[in-house]
Ligand binder design. Sequence first.
Ligand SMILES: Nc1ncnc2c1ncn2[C@@H]1O[C@H](COP(=O)(O)OP(=O)(O)O)[C@@H](O)[C@H]1O
Ligand SMILES: [Mg+2]
Length: 249
Amino acid sequence: MHRDKIKFDLLIHDLKGPLAVIEAGVSSLLTRREKYGPLSDKQDKVLVRALRNTKVLQALVNDALELGRSRAGVINVTCSKISDVIEQSLVELFDLVDRNTAEKIRICADLPRLKESLEEKGISLQIDEAIWCQEVFIDEAKIRQVLRNLLNNALKYRKNRVEVVVKKGNGHLFLSVTDDGEGIPQIYHKKIFESYFQLDAANTHTVRGHGLGLAGVLVLIEDMGGELSLESDEGQGAKFLVKVPLTNR
Ligand SMILES: Nc1ncnc2c1ncn2[C@@H]1O[C@H](COP(=O)(O)OP(=O)(O)O)[C@@H](O)[C@H]1O
Ligand SMILES: [Mg+2]
């Protein structure tokens, strides 16, 4: 069993190489036209789409690898600025769905300007300037993956708005992601954290993943010694709350 797991992780790991080559190639065609030649509008569109999907694939591979590490008990605590962690998660998320917003976020000089850019997308970011600038000891890759997944769901299921709150206190980092969508009936509050479970999966008018996101999020949070909870009722939107202990190493 253990050997199979290693083979499987290795397979996922080995996807990185060819994906990097595809990404570099398509990027070059798009950005270095003086060398590779001009593109028609249609060609440009196809390549932009190919590049975006390559990035989605790369993100999935990285997530799968991080989950594998987590299951193997690997915790990688580093000193990180809270602002970097949040900004990076947002860039990684928007890189996959909305390049312009990703670029805007990347060049945001300060918190007020970031809040403004997010507000244009219906996202309200609430964090004190004092916490924004602080450094904490956390497993940054895991926190980013958690935040990206929760935000991705919130953006997918919201009606209009999403609210992200970041707080710090009593040796813990608190994150919450709230949306104003259909919400999740009480009876499914445990179920949605199980792999492959999707509410209303027969309903195909929205694009769905595979029901692996929240199951992974829960594994990552538990491995960091944290807690994940959900407050939601049918028709009332959903609020996911994350509490992760901060170490002082
Ligand atoms: N913010 C949310 N509002 C309503 N339902 C949600 C929300 N987040 C998750 N869900 C439900 O939980 C299921 C599992 O979510 P997830 O594990 O992220 O899988 P996926 O996004 O791949 O469908 C989703 O298919 C959806 O039915
Ligand atoms: Mg999801």
